[in-house]
Design a protein around this ligand. Structure first.
Ligand code: SF4
Ligand code: SF4
Length: 102
């Protein structure tokens, strides 16, 4: 695994991203109508750990999210899950068109 210590900073160039208070409880996963297992428990962790390759591999999942807020409205830690997902989409789009700083 390639660790990129600047990954979180680069993701935040695309908007708000904060998952630092996520306690990995799994409520979001249990309530997601799509059964999107990776959002946000592992996916956000990939960002915090600086693993851009793992995030890129989940592009389809990231763009499949309905932004329905079901997970976010029940998150006991108040993580802004849907805003984080929007930011990741922006980041992946910027990366695709070489707009994200390396
Ligand atoms: S419900 Fe909130 S605190 Fe729990 S795993 Fe999901 S984002 Fe993290
Ligand atoms: S916002 Fe996305 S991850 Fe959250 S419950 Fe809805 S579809 Fe699932």
């Amino acid at each position: 695994m390639r660790v990129d210590p600047q990954f979180l900073t680069r993701v935040r160039q695309g908007g708000e991203f904060d998952a630092s208070v996520c306690m990995n409880c799994g409520v979001c996963t249990a309530l997601c109508p799509l059964g999107v297992e990776l959002l946000p428990r592992r996916l956000f962790r990939y960002v915090l750990l600086g693993n851009p390759d793992a995030v890129r591999e989940q592009t389809e999942t990231i763009f499949s999210c309905l932004l329905c807020h079901m997970c976010e409205s029940n998150c006991p830690a108040g993580v802004h899950i849907t805003e984080n997902v929007r930011t990741l989409r922006t980041h992946l789009n910027r990366e695709q068109y070489h707009l994200a700083e390396a």
